[in-house]
Design a protein around this ligand. Structure first.
Ligand code: NAP
Length: 358
């Protein structure tokens, strides 16, 4: 493998969310023949990124409500329709499907667009990096060493859990950090569920769960949501969502047979505790950037996100290594901002190559 001298890659992109694919599209169109390490479920990075776990994406420009399915099918090869979800029932207008693009569809489209321009994709992880000398050396999960003149890190972030020992005990048996992945499971149907958090994710997860649950308690540690106004309204207007303010989860309770059956809630103002029977608790309390594989070889900020060293550039602390998307962004964290920064990283890599290896 390798498209430069002596099998050295010009651009290796680590990550397969909107930042990774946008970087690949731009790098491929610049004839840099990028090599994308897509990640596997074994490692911390999520193949196709967090959008793979999202339902409707309503705010990605160019993807309004409409017959998106027909658009997706026209754009993606027949043999790659396998993981596109069917058009949701009941979402029709004038006899045509009428709904928003699904997260996984958006990622498949971006991937296809990158492939169309000659991007090469490997379904493996990068597990260690050596940025000390040039070319950079990347260790793959399968034990290979890949050499690269530039690297774009676009590994994203992953959902946090509360960190309670009892939470660990019931993970995948009632405790989850992804309503979209797990919410439709039979154990949660027509049951009372708990979502913890007060941001957009918490509201989104709670709203989604009302499709299956009899009731959703949105447990937030303060008396005001952090979520955007439109999302707040969605939660507050939903008759199936009950806000539980100034409250934290102290313990998860259950049994080997039934998994999670209750959570112990504590009111942070008066310290009073109560047990709330529930079949499911969904943590929606923010994210952690996927940087472990870098083993501290790039500088990070105090929250552990990759530090960008220059305003409006994707430069990291190592020249020739660029960062894009949520791995370097704890603030905007949108598909569109990730895609934009992926484009920026590819342009930065292209200019770096022209300057140093032209
Ligand atoms: P977030 O905005 O950081 O919110 C995290 C929430 O969890 C906060 O309300 C926080 O409480 C709470 N929290 C954090 N640690 C906690 C703990 N240990 N125990 C209890 N509560 C805890 O994260 P997010 O909701 O995942 O959103 C991240 C970004 O993605 C945001 O920019 C958001 O706009 C975006 N997003 C957008 C959409 C959308 O537009 N459809 C959907 C999802 C996410 P405090 O408020 O007290 O800090």
């Amino acid at each position: 493998m390798g498209n430069g001298p002596e099998g050295i890659e010009k651009v290796v992109i680590i990550g397969s969310g909107p930042a990774g694919w946008s970087a690949a599209i731009y790098a491929a169109r610049a004839n840099l023949k990028p090599l994308v390490y897509e990640g596997t479920p074994k490692a911390e990075m999520i193949p196709l990124g967090q959008l793979a776990y999202t339902t409707e994406v309503e705010n990605y420009p160019g993807f309004p409500f409409g017959n998106i399915r027909a658009f997706v099918e026209s754009a993606v090869d027949d043999d790659r329709h396998y993981n596109l979800p069917p058009a949701p029932k009941g979402h029709e207008k004038n006899g045509q499907p009428h709904y928003a693009v699904q997260g996984v569809e958006l990622m498949e489209l971006m991937k296809q667009q990158a492939l169309n321009f000659g991007t090469r994709v490997v379904g493996d992880d990068i597990i260690d990096v050596d940025f000390d000398g040039k070319p950079f050396k990347l260790q793959t999960g399968e034990g290979k060493t890949v050499q690269a003149l530039t690297v774009i890190v676009a590994t994203g972030a992953r959902a946090n859990y509360l960190g309670l020992p009892s939470e660990e005990q019931y993970k995948n048996r009632g405790v989850s950090a992804c309503a979209v992945c797990d919410g439709a499971l039979p154990r949660f149907r027509n049951k009372e569920l708990v979502v913890v958090g007060g941001g957009d994710s918490a509201v989104e997860e709670a709203t989604y769960l009302t499709n299956f649950a009899s009731k959703v308690y949105l447990v937030h540690r303060r008396d005001e949501l952090r979520a955007s106004k439109i999302m707040q309204k969605r939660a507050l207007d939903n008759p199936k969502i009950e806000m539980t303010w100034n409250t934290v989860v102290e313990e998860c309770k259950g049994s080997d047979k039934d998994g999670l059956t209750a959570v112990v809630l504590k009111n942070v103002n008066d310290g009073k505790r109560r047990e709330l029977p529930t079949a499911g608790m969904f943590a929606a309390i923010g994210h952690t950037p996927n940087t472990a594989f870098l083993n501290g070889k790039l500088a990070t900020n105090d929250k552990g996100y990759l530090k960008l060293t220059t305003p409006f550039r994707t430069y990291t602390s190592v020249a020739g290594v660029f960062a894009a998307g949520d791995v370097a962004d704890d603030y905007y964290r949108q598909a569109i901002t990730s895609a934009g920064s992926g484009c920026m990283a590819a342009l930065d890599a292209e200019r770096y190559l022209a300057e140093h290896h032209g």
